[in-house]
Design a protein around this ligand. Structure first.
Ligand code: CMC
Length: 455
């Protein structure tokens, strides 16, 4: 808590708002001295991990009955809302680590399921733990038959993300023990089910949207191999995924597995903080991911590239972006002010995929957009670089994924991250039900008028 100090003992007392004053006498202490110029009182706030506790501001008052100061931070641009041990991003340096392991090493050496284990459990598995984990996930991929009828009830052109939001939420009704969120065994069981069933829900949603019969999971195949099987198998007796495409999808899943406190993770934590079952919280997270500013961006990138149509029309499009008419989708990030490390890896995967599928003609437009943007002052001065979504859509399209399924391909691997973040929130003694404050700017109190008296 802040300690009120003597009025006027700080060298910063006369500093106008926003000006930084120095006080050599306070140097070397992990505290922040703040002078309230309304009262002349100075307070000392603790600094821990580069943050000051927002609750400490509440002691800064003009009178005993004053509510106290709050911090105002729309969109949480400078607010840490939790302590987390899962994912570390250094946005200025373009670094992304899961549980301390650099994303580049995981993408090169690991598999998605191993990374999911790491994210959820905090450590890489031993061989025995890994085999048990893969076995559990593989043997929970089937859905209750009633889910099929639910999926069939959607309109023929329903967006797969809309179906996913609904069906993942509906899963909670099949597992009543899912409400026992403080039982570690029940929690683990739901985590396995969710990671296992997301690809099945996504694949069934897609098959329903194209009027094709559902394909049941094949336990002989890998996580991504089975997903490709459920999406694309036709009349063949055994589906055999192309190993290059299967591995490419696995690496893409690794890159999407977690990304610390983004919009959908915030939704997962915030909804989870009122203690519903995890299926309901994942449904909220999927809904948050759906938007074009988040996981829906990969779909929008592809639509944008198609709209541009040819390389020679790129300068005109860049002009429109700079005039504020449109956004350059797949560019920019709240945290990365450098090249998104995931985009760098995705560019390499693209080359491997295109060797199998043939070069995606939209790639030339994307490369030209990147080339021009990276030397244009509008993008350079705002530190706008390609993000994870800029090239992933091109790979998905070359692998024959319909554009509407792109955000779903983000939701499946992110489920591991959401669940790890959810469990961390539940077990963190500092966390409570999420409940931010507001600055009320509406009408002062007024009396109700009957309709006849209203203008
Ligand atoms: N195209 C053009 N201008 C942009 C873009 C863009 N893609 N992104 C940011 N800006 C400009 C923005 O207009 C603002 O300019 P000014 O200072 O003149 O007002 C400045 O850059 C700062 O932008 P911001 O909107 O304040 O930044 P933010 O941190 O709130 O938004 C973002 C981050 C990702 C929502 C935004 O960059 C964006 O809309 N990008 C396009 C959508 C996209 O690719 N989303 C995927 C994000 S990565 C995957 C994921 O995790 O979801």
């Amino acid at each position: 808590m802040p300690r009120p100090a003597n009025a006027g003992n700080s060298g910063s007392q006369d500093a106008p708002a926003g000006r930084i004053a120095t006080n050599d006498r306070s140097a070397g202490r992990d505290t922040l001295s703040v002078t309230d110029n309304r009262t002349g009182r100075t307070y000392e706030l603790p600094i821990e991990n580069g943050t000051v506790p927002a609750a400490a501001l509440r002691d800064i008052k003009t009178a005993p009955d004053d509510f106290g100061l709050m911090s105002y931070d729309p969109a949480f641009t400078n607010t840490a809302h939790c302590k987390s041990r899962i994912t570390m991003i250094d946005g200025d340096k373009g670094i992304l680590n899961y549980r301390g392991y650099p994303i580049e090493q995981l993408a090169e050496h690991s598999t998605y399921l191993e990374v999911a284990y790491l994210i959820v459990h905090g450590e890489l598995p031993t061989r025995g733990q890994y085999e048990e984990w893969v076995f559990s996930i593989t043997h929970h991929t089937f859905l209750h038959e009633n889910m099929k009828r639910l999926i069939e009830a959607f309109r023929y052109d329903a967006h797969p993300m809309g179906i996913l939001v609904s069906t993942v939420g509906a899963l909670s009704t099949f597992y009543s023990e899912a409400k026992s969120i403080f039982d570690p065994e029940a929690r683990r069981q739901q985590m396995v089910r969710l990671i296992a069933k997301m690809p099945t829900l996504a694949a069934f949603a897609y098959r329903a949207s194209v009027g094709m019969p559902f394909v049941y999971p094949d336990n002989d195949l890998s996580y991504t191999g089975n997903f490709l099987n459920m999406l694309f198998r036709m009349a063949e007796s055994k589906y055999r995924p192309n190993p290059v495409l299967e591995r490419a999808l696995d690496v893409l899943f690794i890159l999407h597995a977690d990304h610390e406190q983004n919009c959908s993770t915030l939704a997962m934590r915030a909804v989870g903080s009122s203690h519903p079952d995890p299926y309901s919280s994942v449904a909220a997270a999927v809904a948050a991911l759906y938007g074009p500013l988040h996981g829906g961006a990969n779909e929008m990138v592809l639509r944008m590239l198609k709209e541009i149509g040819s390389k020679d029309r790129v300068p005109g499009y860049i002009q429109r972006v700079k005039q504020g008419q449109v956004r350059l989708m797949g560019f920019g990030h709240r945290v990365y002010k450098n090249y998104d490390p995931r985009a760098r890896i995705i560019k390499q995967i693209a080359d491997q995929v295109f060797e199998v599928t043939g070069r995606n003609p939209l790639l030339d437009i994307a490369l030209e957009l990147e080339r021009i943007a990276l030397q244009d002052d509008y993008f350079v001065s705002r530190k706008l670089y390609p993000n994870v979504d800029f090239y992933s859509g091109l790979i998905y399209q070359s692998m024959k994924f319909p554009v509407e399924t792109f955000p779903v391909l983000f939701a499946i691997p992110r489920t591991a991250g959401w669940l790890a973040q959810w469990e961390e929130m539940l077990l963190d003694p500092e966390q409570k039900i999420a409940r931010p404050r507001q600055v009320y700017t509406g009408s002062p109190r007024r009396d109700y008028r009957s309709m006849d008296d209203r203008m």
